[in-house]
Design a protein around this ligand. Structure first.
Ligand code: KIV
Ligand code: ZN
Length: 386
């Protein structure tokens, strides 16, 4: 099985989420949680963005010992100088440089020719390489670039010393099959001379699918953020990619070094500090990810969790097992399993009447919570043993 490197950019691309701006203390706490989770590379920020950001990257670089610490830089000497000044304190520093390769960006944003982009790529990767052996190169808007030109740029970056080449779907435009083809072509050109990285945005809701498909084509680094926060519709949700690789190792034949039991805590922390709530139906970390409501599903889960759960909640750091949500859709198995959890042994001859009362109550109240069940048991004069 091949290893997939996990590159977390919660503190850089995640910090670009509209309305989000982490403080130094918040970033440091998140970085430490990511390190505990054994994330391979932590992108700490964009050192040249401001004095505060520079200090934050520097502080994280000093504190983090077990993950590579990266900083993003435009392909200009001033950014690379500042980036290195901030990140050089890390035990394992990385300089991450980027330039756009799509004609749209070249014409309307950068006002540069393709020849100029090739020249800048060569010069700036070599410039970064003088400081740091670990240099990542990103071709911004790669997926809307002319493929032959993109391949030329990537080859120049690798020949100039880039150890990782990133093929971002900057605007969330690509589809899984198209991304597979692009990554396969990149792999043909650079072979094993550098690690191929993928970085996807979620504008069309395909960031995770695109990232996973790219792994099939030979990418071995995935970039993303916790809870999928980031510019516009966000980035690849790393917890989803990590768990997909783990749960479907039979299909991907890959592994990561991540301690998945740390996922829940880091997800909650990022949600709190970013102020971005986690949707209840969010994969892996949403409130409902391990809750079961319908009678059929509750029956299945009570008999054996595997009937309706492909992930053990403990694998993401949730101590509790699957949760039964009681309402009008619930059946006898769910109701009596929940009552047993609360310490009630319901005599067989009362079960039907209790079930009828429960359904009446559910029609009126919607969700039936523990205090409602306790009241119901009082009505039938049944005491809890716990
Ligand atoms: O989305 C993107 O293209 C980026 C790069 C700068 C890596 O965030
Ligand atoms: Zn991005």
């Amino acid at each position: 099985m091949d290893r997939v490197y996990i590159f977390d950019t919660t503190l850089r691309d995640g910090d670009q989420t509209p309305g989000v701006s982490f403080t130094l203390e918040q970033k440091l706490e998140i970085a430490k949680l990511l390190e505990e989770m054994k994330v391979d590379i932590i992108e700490a920020g964009f050192a040249a963005a401001s004095e505060g950001e520079f200090n934050t990257v520097k502080t994280i670089a000093k504190e983090i010992k077990n993950s590579v610490v990266a900083t993003l830089c435009r392909t200009v000497p001033k950014d690379i100088d500042l980036g290195w000044e901030a990140v050089k304190y890390a035990l394992n520093p990385r300089i991450h440089v980027f330039i756009s390769t799509s004609d749209i960006h070249l014409q309307y944003m950068m006002k540069k020719t393709r020849e100029e982009v090739l020249e800048i790529t060569e010069n700036m990767v070599k410039y970064a390489k003088k400081y740091c052996s670990d240099v990542e190169f990103s071709a911004q808007d790669a997926t809307r670039s002319d493929l032959n030109f993109l391949l030329k740029v990537i080859k120049v970056a690798v020949d100039s010393g880039a150890t990782t080449v990133n093929i971002p779907d900057t605007v969330g435009y690509i589809t899984p099959a198209e991304y597979y083809d692009i990554i396969s072509k990149v792999k043909e050109v650079i072979q094993d001379k550098a690690i191929i990285s993928v970085h996807c945005h979620d504008d069309l809701g395909m960031a995770v699918a695109n990232s996973l498909y790219a792994l099939k084509a030979g990418a071995r680094q995935v970039e993303g953020t916790i809870n999928g926060i980031g510019e516009r519709a966000g980035n690849t949700a790393l917890e989803e990619v990590i768990m997909a690789i783990k749960v479907r190792k039979d299909y991907y034949n890959l592994y990561t070094n991540i301690d998945t039991t740390k996922i829940y805590k880091v997800s909650q922390t990022v949600s709190t500090y970013s102020g971005i709530p986690i949707p209840p139906n969010k994969a892996i970390v949403g409130l409902n990810a391990f809750r079961h409501q319908s009678g059929v599903h509750q029956h299945g889960v009570v008999s054996n969790r595997l009937n309706y759960e492909i992930i053990d909640p403990k694998d993401i750091g949730l101590e509790r097992g699957g949760i039964l949500v009681l309402n009008k859709n619930s059946g006898r198995h769910g109701l009596f399993a929940k009552l047993r959890e609360l310490g009630y042994e319901v005599p067989y001859n009362l079960m039907e009447n209790i079930f009828i009362e429960f359904k009446k109550l559910a029609d009126i109240k919607g969700e039936i919570k523990d205090p409602d069940l306790i009241d119901l048991m009082k009505k039938f004069d049944i005491k809890s043993k716990s």
